[in-house]
Design a protein around this ligand. Sequence first.
Ligand SMILES: CC(C)(COP(=O)(O)OP(=O)(O)OC[C@H]1O[C@@H](n2cnc3c(N)ncnc32)[C@H](O)[C@@H]1OP(=O)(O)O)[C@@H](O)C(=O)NCCC(=O)NCCS
Length: 110
Amino acid sequence: MIAGIGTDIVEVERFKDKPELWSRFMSKREQDYINRFRFKEEHIAGFWAAKEALVKALNKRDFNFSCVTVAHDKNGKPFFEFDGLGIEGKIHLSISHERKFASAFVVWEI
Ligand SMILES: CC(C)(COP(=O)(O)OP(=O)(O)OC[C@H]1O[C@@H](n2cnc3c(N)ncnc32)[C@H](O)[C@@H]1OP(=O)(O)O)[C@@H](O)C(=O)NCCC(=O)NCCS
């Protein structure tokens, strides 16, 4: 059963050259991931959109973004990892980004 859906779109420019902002909401693993890319802000914006979409899907605001990691499988498909957060069921995540905008879509299935 689908228990919730969430989507978010963000402007990539908001995340350009803002290391203090990045470290506030990204885990070490995410920061290692984005360091591989030239246009880091696109990927960072995608992670932010993913976490905002998650909040909407779960309808839950009482968690810290740095406790949620966007990880990737061997094909590059993203998924969430939760540090110390018990989430019932399964969460599906899709991210997309271009130079100006990043978006994400989350489905919460129980
Ligand atoms: C995986 C693929 C669909 C990504 O499409 P894209 O337009 O380059 O990428 P987008 O900007 O929309 O999205 C990028 C995000 O897609 C996600 N993604 C990457 N690989 C993925 C996969 N295998 N499955 C699901 N999502 C994936 C990631 O979250 C990525 O962002 P991140 O690395 O910052 O987390 C694409 O690279 C691909 O493999 N297409 C296959 C078809 C193809 O090769 N067509 C060309 C024929 S000529």
